[in-house]
Design a protein around this ligand. Structure first.
Ligand code: ADP
Ligand code: GN1
Ligand code: MG
Length: 363
């Protein structure tokens, strides 16, 4: 098994401009979409690690356009970061293929890319402290700030209507009606919860907010924290960087850092929005974003956490009803469990929304 994988990834790795000899490859990380491998090369006496990723082209239908976005974004960020200490750890660095391209397309039509491995840093499935929440938010805020002057043209939409919450709601309604996996009856409480929340889905899209270059997948495990300092050293997972609303980025930070529970926690008593975490998160984000956010954007910061948590819950529930065709699942009912944690967190935010708004006034 390991041998087969090694040989497959070794063949791919041979297409990239990497010095030294291939040693081994292993599946890496816990993303829901792409296939990620850690690949070791021997360079002199050193073992040097790289990240290889096979892009999920069922989800990202135009991998070349996606890679063009990533190239433009990482080049812009690298130029801004300049020769700051640790510059090569502060932004993803694409390794070019031998043909000089940003990715390699194999005989089966799969697109592969390779990044330098960010060493002495790691990602976390769940937040462990307010300091971590603050650092992650600072890093994502800084990311938005550094990209605010990305030269034209507009980035490609790698997934159209990615954060169009009303369309996500409509997709759920269709999945309920079709009920292809015959799961709707057993998911009645979750479906009812979702349907009760239709009225908030359109709020951000109707608020006339500015379009910005945003990350669109700012979950806590998409930022690497430095092992020694705890600093949010590198924002990763750039597939969805495209034009969007800053608030969906902030909202996804609220979703993934204010509750101590993992995204698929089954013990719902552990799922709760912790106000001190929200305060740390807002402080960290505003330390970078305060200078460009409009007053309207500021007003919606607490609401954005509720909205995107609902949106991701709708998506997990939709995928459960559709028979688990989008997100990777690792057990029966996994997407249903994930939707339950999202809806529990929505409830917890609802109960504390007034306090969250009050807190924002004091920042
Ligand atoms: P997915 O889109 O599937 O979530 P990610 O790009 O987030 O894929 O990568 C999955 C995991 O691989 C990350 O959570 C992180 O732990 C690790 N990872 C990704 N890129 C790097 C990198 N350049 N250096 C070190 N680890 C990385
Ligand atoms: C997916 O790629 P990953 O695992 O970081 C998804 C996000 C969801 C997230 C939920 C392209 O992110 O939108 O918020 O799962 N990415 C895509 O964990 O759909
Ligand atoms: Mg990821």
């Amino acid at each position: 098994m390991g041998g087969t994988l090694d040989n497959a990834v070794r063949a791919i790795a041979g297409h990239f401009q990497i010095a030294g000899a291939f040693v081994e490859a292993a599946p890496y990380g816990s993303g829901h979409i792409n296939d990620t491998y850690c690949v070791v090369f021997r360079q002199g006496s050193a073992r040097v690690r790289y990240i290889f990723q096979r892009i999920n082209h069922h989800i990202f239908k135009q991998p070349a356009a996606l890679m063009e976005n990533i190239q433009r974004v990482t080049t812009h960020l690298a130029a801004k970061i300049g020769d700051e200490a640790d510059a090569r750890r502060r932004v993803l660095t694409l390794m070019p293929t031998r043909a000089g391209a940003a990715c390699h397309c194999d005989a089966d039509g799969n697109h592969w890319r390779c990044y330098l491995f960010i060493e002495q840093a790691r990602t976390f499935a769940a937040v462990e402290s307010a300091a971590q929440a603050c650092e992650a938010a600072k890093a994502f805020g800084q990311f938005q700030k550094l990209l605010s002057d990305l030269p034209a043209p507009r980035l490609h939409d790698t997934i159209p209507d990615f954060h169009h919450t009303p369309k996500r709601f409509a997709a759920l309604e269709q999945a309920i009606a079709a009920d292809v996996a015959n799961r709707a009856a057993a998911a009645k409480p979750e479906i009812e919860f979702a349907l009760r929340h239709q009225d908030i889905c359109h709020v951000l899209l109707d608020a006339n907010l500015p379009e910005r270059v945003t990350h669109n997948d700012t979950k806590f495990n998409n930022v690497m924290l430095d092992d020694v300092t705890g600093e949010g050293i590198c924002v990763i997972d750039l597939d969805t960087v495209m034009p969007g609303l800053a608030l969906y980025d902030f909202g996804d930070m609220v979703r993934t850092t204010t509750s101590p529970a993992k995204e698929d926690e089954r013990d719902l008593s552990k799922v709760t929005m912790q106000l001190p975490m929200f305060a740390a998160l807002a402080r960290g984000y505003l330390s970078a974003a305060n200078e460009f956010l409009t007053p309207a954007e500021r007003t919606f910061l607490p609401f954005s956490g509720k909205l995107i948590t609902l949106e991701i819950g709708l998506r997990f529930l939709t995928d459960h009803l559709a028979g688990d065709v989008y997100f990777k699942v690792h057990r029966d009912g996994h997407n249903l469990d994930r939707s339950r944690t999202q809806f529990k967190l929505v409830e917890s935010i609802e109960q504390q929304e007034a306090a969250m708004n009050k807190l924002m006034e004091s920042l």
